[in-house]
Design a protein around this ligand. Structure first.
Ligand SMILES: Cc1cc2nc3c(=O)[nH]c(=O)nc-3n(C[C@H](O)[C@H](O)[C@H](O)COP(=O)(O)OP(=O)(O)OC[C@H]3O[C@@H](n4cnc5c(N)ncnc54)[C@H](O)[C@@H]3O)c2cc1C
Length: 387
């Protein structure tokens, strides 16, 4: 079976690795280089907290577990850090939300606990305790983050060296050829045609591009990250305060994200290290980490966050098109290894997973009342945030 995968971001790389491991002949085609677009500009927090409804929470929890399971294949997973997350809220409304989320997550079996300020001080002495005031603090010991481009590099190397997968970087797919409602080949920008038994479109925010077969309705939004220069900090955990997310990014650099800054972005262009967006990230972070005083950001990155129209993952066989699958989602870093395995099981081993059943493209192309497995998603919005 020849599986052609469009896109080598964290999602395409996961699908490629799992399909190749399952015995398929795999070709990955990417318009750019290995590692993706959104995947290289991601906060990359591995988490399932606050994800709802239950089916979406479960999918994310399976994603976190699949990241752990990659240790079975690779021994060490140098692209992944599990140092836990800390969270507190500065407003009463935020604290009420946090209490409700705590109960829900505990009921669903998620790793979550309240910790004291003393414990936080022991864990992360660089955090200014005065900035926390009397806010209750939540600790998520199982959370962490991933370096998605390194992840793609490791999975691709294994797919190629152990299972014969082929990567064609800097090669754009311009069309999908179908016969009698069956996808049979992709056409490339140079005019070449590559035949396939199965085509998987993992092209991220470009999933709404017209390739000659039905395209997905997308509502991708601009996202921004700020990066400090190396700072003398011992911070190990990531922390989340209201809509601010901060974590180490190697070599003493910190990565900063703030959801309200993303909301204010008109596009992915024109954001600079000395602009108002950068200042907003720094100002919020300095309140908690005084060592950032007098410091400017070293880099900012922006990209589109791949987002199917209803905000939920879209994965599985395309409606009324045999041999064509789609895989696009926000929270793709958390979800990638599980979605890769689920698709490989369905495509190569013929074993569909119940957990992805509510998330197929059918909900966009059929009457929602007939796509009953997706009923839990109707009228619900996933929680806004980096993941
Ligand atoms: C600011 C920000 C913060 C985020 N934070 C988190 C987080 O904390 N946790 C989390 O889990 N997720 C997070 N996400 C989301 C996550 O990064 C994405 O869901 C994930 O990276 C998507 O991966 P992907 O492989 O689908 O897409 P991409 O990485 O965008 O890869 C798609 C690939 O397809 C290729 N391509 C597109 N069109 C074609 C074509 N026609 N022919 C050939 N190749 C093509 C592109 O070149 C690209 O390499 C965040 C995203 C952003 C922007």
């Amino acid at each position: 079976m020849h599986v052609v995968i469009i896109g080598s971001g964290i999602l395409g790389s996961s699908i490629a690795y799992e399909c190749a491991k399952a015995g398929a002949q795999v070709t990955v085609i990417d318009a750019g280089r290995l590692g993706g677009v959104a995947s290289g500009t991601s906060f990359a927090w591995l988490n399932a907290t606050s994800k709802a409804p239950k089916s979406y929470y479960t999918l994310n929890a399976l994603g976190m577990r699949a990241h752990l399971e990659l240790k079975r294949d690779f021994g060490a997973t140098p692209w992944r850090s599990q140092t836990g997350s800390l969270e507190w809220r500065t407003t009463e409304a935020g604290r009420a939300w946090q209490r409700g989320n705590f109960e829900q997550m505990r009921d669903w079996g998620y790793g979550i606990e309240w910790i004291t300020k003393d414990r936080l001080a022991q864990m992360e002495p660089d955090i200014d305790l005065a900035s926390i005031g009397d806010a209750p603090i939540v600790y998520y010991p199982e959370e962490g983050w991933v370096d998605p481009v390194l992840y793609a590099a490791w999975l691709h190397r294994a797919a190629r060296e152990k299972h014969g997968a082929v990567l064609r970087p800097h090669t754009e797919v311009t069309g999908i050829v179908s016969r009698n409602n069956r996808a049979v080949a992709v056409t490339l920008a140079g005019g070449e045609t590559v035949e396939a038994d199965v085509i998987v479109n993992a092209s991220g925010a470009r999933s709404d591009r017209d390739l000659g077969v039905p395209a997905l309705p997308m509502t991708s939004t601009a996202g921004m990250l700020g990066f400090t220069p190396p700072v003398p900090t011992t911070l190990r955990s990531q922390f989340h305060i209201d809509d601010l997310d901060v974590r180490p990014d190697g070599a003493g650099r910190l990565m900063i994200h703030k959801a309200s800054v993303d909301t204010g972005l008109a596009s992915t262009e024109g954001v600079t290290t000395d602009g108002p967006e950068a200042e907003a990230l720094l100002e919020a972070t300095r309140k908690v980490l005084p060592l950032l005083r007098d410091l400017r950001l070293e880099a900012v990155r922006t990209t589109l966050r791949p987002m199917p129209r209803d905000g939920f993952t879209c994965i599985g066989a395309m409606t009324d098109m045999t041999g064509y699958y789609v895989a696009v989602t926000h929270s793709g870093v958390t979800l990638a290894p599980y979605l890769g395995r689920a698709l490989a099981d369905e495509i190569v081993r013929g074993q569909p997973h119940n957990a992805i059943a509510p998330f197929t493209p059918d909900r966009f192309f059929r009457d929602p009342s007939t796509a009953s497995v997706s009923a839990e998603l109707v009228g619900v919005k996933p929680v806004e945030g980096p993941a």
